[in-house]
Design a protein around this ligand. Structure first.
Ligand code: ADP
Ligand code: ZN
Length: 345
């Protein structure tokens, strides 16, 4: 069965959605982080049905330690399989909650309420969740469906600008997989100038992801196209000890992938256009220093690493991605050099 996705821009219907869906459960556990709790749950409604699990904000909460602490919280509060978890937050909360929901008592239901642009367009869609382990991002996880996904753009009003640009990196990535959408983004210049345009972009991004996921639910094949920019991004995040935001890393990862694509057959003018869009949304297109050996080593820890080879998604053209596993170390280092000293931009 398809997972229902709500798209709303105000909170008027929130209560109805929940009253209709969170039907017969005895207990609900809202999982969120400290920053979000401060804004949205200052005065937590007192109810013996609703519990709040609040963890620290940031990537470090996507850990076994936090998952274990959440399991403990659920056990101590007598949660059963009939109960529901609500992931109320960004990608960290969605991943952590999805992982715990899929494993607690062999799976209990959960609802996704993504509150960052990144989570609304990417991580809450596609039924994947994960935690980080041993310094490797998303290395332990499951495929598990939420009851529904509730996307409300009003939550984005409290989001810091850096987090908006983080989400833009994934939106720009989708546009590289769909020519019409790419042209639309270029035409609009600034998608935030009009709420209708923004909603259209949000829905289109979700649709592109859903279409790709639908064809390859378990990520054996074409779903890997969604990893465009991510081979380098995950390595950069890991080497920076997650101080570099995901979208920031994806922005650099996209340029890295396009540079290698240009070494093959991509038109350099396309890479330049993409760099302009990334800049337009305050995303980094250069990095001051880069430990190339450390980043290269980390690339081999990635899940996209198969049989001793790194798989990197490249572009033949906008809307025409290809997965390559024969990229030489020299090409990889040359592309990393390009990020440090961006000669063509
Ligand atoms: P992502 O969705 O980018 O994976 P996180 O879950 O780490 O990321 O969220 C990014 C940051 O944004 C965190 O510090 C989190 O507390 C904060 N955050 C999430 N949603 C909101 C919101 N709606 N308003 C303000 N801050 C938020
Ligand atoms: Zn991503």
């Amino acid at each position: 069965m398809k997972t229902k996705i709500y798209f709303e821009h105000d909170l008027k219907k929130l209560k109805t959605v929940f009253d209709n869906t969170v039907f017969n459960c005895a207990k609900i556990c809202v999982v969120t982080d400290k920053n979000i709790a401060k804004i949205y749950f200052k005065n937590k409604p007192i109810s013996n049905k609703v519990f709040y699990y609040v963890c620290s904000a940031g990537e470090n909460s996507k850990s076994f330690d936090t998952a274990c602490s959440l399991y403990k919280f659920l056990i101590e509060n007598n949660f059963s399989r009939q109960d529901i978890l609500i992931a109320f937050g960004g990608g960290v909360i969605g991943d952590l909650t999805g992982f715990v929901a899929s494993t607690f008592m062999r799976a209990i239901r959960f609802i996704q309420i993504p509150t960052t642009l990144l989570a609304q367009t990417d991580s809450s869609i596609g039924n994947k969740n994960a935690i980080n382990f041993n310094g490797v991002k998303n290395i332990i996880g499951t495929f598990y469906k939420p009851e529904f996904i509730y996307i409300n753009t009003s939550f984005l009003k409290t989001l810091p600008p850096l987090e908006i640009s983080n989400g833009m990196a994934e939106i720009i990535k989708y546009s590289l997989l769909d020519k019409d959408f790419f042209n639309y983004l270029i035409e609009q210049k600034n998608i935030f100038k009009d709420e209708k345009i923004f909603m259209r972009v949000l829905k289109k991004s979700v649709r592109i992801k859903l279409n790709i996921v639908k064809k390859d639910k378990l990520e054996k094949n074409t779903r890997r196209f969604l990893n465009l920019g991510h081979t380098l991004a995950h390595a950069l995040e890991s080497v920076s000890d997650f101080s570099l935001g995901h979208g920031q890393a994806v922005s650099l990862g996209i340029i890295f992938a396009l540079y290698i694509s240009c070494l093959r057959n991509l038109d350099v003018s396309i890479m330049k256009k993409v760099i302009e869009i990334l800049k337009n949304y305050a995303l980094p297109t250069k990095i001051h220093c880069l430990n190339k050996d450390a980043v290269y080593t980390k690339m081999f820890c990635d899940k996209k690493f198969d049989n001793g080879k790194i798989n990197i998604v490249l572009l033949n053209d906008i809307g025409n991605p290809i997965i390559c596993n024969d990229i030489s170390k020299t090409q990889i280092f040359e592309a990393m050099d390009y990020l440090i000293d961006n000669k063509l931009s």
